[in-house]
Structure formats: structure tokens, C-alpha cells
Design a protein around this ligand. Structure first.
Ligand code: ADE
Length: 241
């Protein structure tokens, strides 16, 4: 998969050189390119913003500069992702859908955002556009949100996670539940004992305990997820583990 990120702070994205995403890049599973938006400015001051039409506070990112940048980075059919607190919420389902694309282009806005015609023009040219929010809070720009989304998408690409089974059991995975609590050795630590069932070697009892804990956790922390539970999918998932 190819991912292009356009930003006025390319250094922000350095963290994507590390860990699993970094490895996916060096092994060729992920072709990630980070670009400085100012490379497409034409004035001496390398200006990327201007005051909002209609007045008001802050600055808006200029469509002409963004247009040049996207023309240079986006291949035909590229899916443009614009991180913004006014977008639809990015979820694991969104990550799954985006992981099937050939090219994603992340347009990181700053200030009051990017002139709306940039998205409009990409759509009119037949490209898809997703304006996405990573949660109900406001960040200073799209860079951190882009890192969140790139990591969530990249770990779904075939070969990026060593053991793909670890994708099945995790929170927001196939079961639609939060993940159960996990323990490792030693079984007794500083007066705290791990649940005995996990030492029993009894696979069916362990699976039942994990399922109960996942349900308990989900009901307590995310009651909104319980109403979306699909009982048939849950049973099918139980039989598979
Ligand atoms: N830019 C600023 N805040 C954001 C958020 N919550 N999600 C995505 N992009 C953003």
C-alpha cells in the first residue's frame, strides 16, 4: 500500500519510522512518503494560509497550494483522507476499509482547516474523500490524528503483524467486545494472584472465562457497544477460538 502525508510539519511524522510501521516500510509492505506542503508554495514567504472569507478568527489553508500538492502526490483513484474534528468518527471498521485501498493521501490541516474546495475538487475528479475525526476533542492540527490512523491501518496490512491471530481477539475485533484482562508469569506477584482458571490448562473453561470478562468489561465501560452485539457472530467467534 502507498500512503502519502502532506503537512507543514514533516518532522511530526518521524515516529512512523519506528516500531511495526517502520518495519513495514523497510520491508516494502508499506510505501509511506511524507511531504512538506510548503514545497508547493510559490512566494518568498512560503505562505500556506490566508484569512477566512466572510471574516472571523484564525486562518484558512489556501486551496491553490493544496491543489498543487495533491496533483503531485495523488495517483488516479487515490483516497484522500482529511483529519478534522468535524469529520465522521474514525473506527476499527474505517481502518479495515482504508486498509484495502491502493493509495491513501492524508492532508494535514492546521489553523481553521483547509479551504473546502480542495475536497470538492478531488471528489469531482472521481476520487474518494473521507473527512475523519479520531475523537470528540480538538487537536492543533491533523498530524497526530494522521499518525493514529496510519498506525491503525498499517497493522492490518498482510504481513505487518507477525501473528495475525492477535488481530482476532483484540478490542474492537471480530467479536465486537473489548478485550478481556491479560496476565503473565509469575502467577503470584506482590500479594496479587492471577485468576486460577488461567493456570488450569482447561481450554474450554479459559475461553468461557475470557468471554465473560470481555462481556463484563464491555458492559461496564462501553454500554453503547452492547446494543450493537450480534449474538450469532459472537457464537461463531466463540467456536473459532
Ligand atoms: N484535527 C484536530 N482535531 C482533530 C481530531 N479530533 N480528529 C482528527 N483531526 C483533528
Amino acid at each position: 500500500m502507498r500512503i502519502d502525508v502532506v503537512t507543514i510539519f514533516p518532522d511530526y511524522l518521524r515516529a512512523l519510522d519506528l516500531s511495526l510501521v517502520g518495519k513495514a516500510r523497510t520491508s516494502g509492505l508499506l510505501d509511506l512518503r511524507v511531504h512538506d506542503l510548503r514545497d508547493w508554495t510559490t512566494d518568498r514567504h512560503r505562505t500556506v494560509d490566508d484569512s477566512p472569507l466572510g471574516g472571523g478568527a484564525g486562518m484558512v489553508m489556501r486551496p491553490d497550494v493544496w491543489g498543487q500538492a495533491l496533483d503531485a502526490c495523488a495517483q488516479p483513484g487515490a483516497h484522500l483522507v482529511v483529519p478534522t474534528p468535524s469529520g465522521r468518527t474514525f473506527t476499527q471498521r474505517t481502518a479495515e476499509a482504508l486498509s484495502g485501498e491502493e493509495q491513501l493521501v492524508f492532508a494535514c490541516g492546521r489553523y481553521e482547516g483547509i479551504d473546502a474546495r480542495v475536497a470538492e475538487r478531488h471528489r469531482a475528479a472521481g476520487g474518494r474523500v473521507s473527512e475523519l475525526s479520531i475523537g470528540d476533542y480538538v487537536l492543533n492540527g491533523g498530524e497526530v490524528a494522521t499518525m493514529v490512523m496510519v498506525e491503525a491501518v498499517a497493522r492490518l496490512l498482510p504481513g505487518v503483524i507477525g501473528n495475525p491471530e492477535s488481530l482476532v481477539e483484540e478490542s474492537h475485533g471480530a467479536a465486537g467486545l473489548l478485550e478481556y484482562p491479560v496476565y503473565t508469569r509469575p502467577p503470584s506477584w506482590d500479594g496479587y494472584d492471577a485468576p486460577e482458571v488461567l493456570l488450569s490448562g482447561h481450554h474450554a473453561r479459559i475461553a468461557r472465562w475470557r468471554r465473560d470478562e470481555a462481556l463484563r468489561r464491555t458492559a461496564a465501560r462501553r454500554p453503547d457497544m452492547i446494543k450493537d452485539l450480534d449474538a450469532a457472530a459472537l457464537d461463531k467467534h466463540d467456536r473459532a477460538v
